[in-house]
Structures are given as C-alpha cells and as structure tokens.
Design a binder for this molecule. Sequence first.
Ligand SMILES: CC(C)(COP(=O)(O)OP(=O)(O)OC[C@H]1O[C@@H](n2cnc3c(N)ncnc32)[C@H](O)[C@@H]1OP(=O)(O)O)[C@@H](O)C(=O)NCCC(=O)NCCS
Length: 189
Amino acid sequence: MYAIPLGDEGAELRPLETWHAEEFLANLDRGREFIGQYIPFGSRATDVDSARSTLQRYTDMRAADTGSYHGIWLDGRLVGGVLTLNFDAAAGNAEVGCWLEPAATGRGLITRAMRVLLDWVVEERGIHRVEWVAASGNVASLKVAERLGFRKDGVRREAHEWRGKRHDLEIWSLLAPEWRSARDAHKDR
Ligand SMILES: CC(C)(COP(=O)(O)OP(=O)(O)OC[C@H]1O[C@@H](n2cnc3c(N)ncnc32)[C@H](O)[C@@H]1OP(=O)(O)O)[C@@H](O)C(=O)NCCC(=O)NCCS
C-alpha cells in the first residue's frame, strides 16, 4: 500500500478502493451540499452499498485504464480526492476532477494532490492534453485550475443542467510542456 505525503500537515494521497466505502460515504455525508453545488459527484452514493458501487465503477475504469481515483486523508480521515476520467492514453487526452468536504478546503490540499496526479498523468502516462471542466460559477474550482497552469479554452454555453438550472461549462486545458513549465516554476519558489 502506498501513500504519498502532501506537505507536512499530516495529509496524504492514497488509491481509493471499494473497501473504503464506509469512509467515502462519511466524507460525502459531511460535504454533500457543498460538493453537489455544481456537479452530481457522489449523489448516487447514499448508503454503504451504493458508495461501494461508485468506487467499483472507478476500480473498473482503472482496470480498463480509462480512469483513476485517489483519496486525500487528513490526520487519518478521508476528506476528498482527485480523479482522472475520459482517460485515453492512445490519443494522449485525459480529464481530471476533484472534491473536498468543506472543512478541508482553503489549505491547498487539492492543488498539492493535483500536482502529484498531473505529474503522473503527463510524465508516466504520456498524456499530452489534460482537461478541466467546471461550471462558470464554480469559482473555487476554476481558481485551482488556473493556479496549476491550466488555460481557458472556451465556454460551452448552458451545456450543463443541474438542480433546475442550465450552467455554462468552462473548458480549461493544460498541455504537457505547459505542465512542465508550471511545475518547474513552482519548484523554484
Ligand atoms: C474545487 C475544490 C476542491 C477546491 O477546493 P480548495 O480548497 O479551494 O482548493 P485547494 O485545496 O487547492 O486550496 C486552495 C485554497 O487554499 C489556499 N492555500 C493555502 N495554502 C496553499 C498552498 N500551499 N497551495 C495552494 N493553495 C493554498 C489557496 O490560497 C486557496 O484559497 P483561495 O481559493 O481562497 O485563494 C472545492 O471547492 C470543492 O470540493 N468544491 C465542490 C466539488 C467541486 O465542485 N469539484 C470540482 C468540480 S469541477
């Protein structure tokens, strides 16, 4: 079992597996309203069995090499995670996503976890273009993308219907050479 430390505050990144269903459900229950403001993430996981099914979908994606799921543990508690989806190694394209329960926000956990994930995606897996998709109103998410070096490609106007409203979806992307520059600039600081 591997765990990657995220800074020196007792936070670590680990693969999120089906046997974490209870912890995953507890994490979602602590953050359901906040996490679901713009995305349906975790909305189908309402008890341990459905939480396990959500995790199983990602386990299947990992096995098929079309996605991955990593959790962030802070002082031993699962507080969020980072993921890949629409992962297409042959085409060199992938998308990333993330979530945190509210108590774990505002301390850079996602930014740090994403740096680990992006380095793996670009350097180990050879992905050339990484996409970040978020509703225009999801300012926290878009700020993280920008902090990581993503650039805005454009807007899919009113593309995302969620909770009775149609949201504009912003498409941001990070190309492999841009990631290397952003990573190296961050290391120099
Ligand atoms: C998107 C989401 C994960 C971002 O969470 P976050 O806490 O803002 O992101 P980070 O963990 O990277 O923290 C960044 C914040 O911590 C601060 N921070 C503190 N130390 C930091 C560090 N060492 N490095 C980077 N940021 C740091 C930053 O200043 C920033 O605060 P700011 O937004 O006020 O400028 C969170 O809002 C969320 O879960 N939303 C609901 C689910 C969702 O919408 N997911 C995305 C779908 S596209």
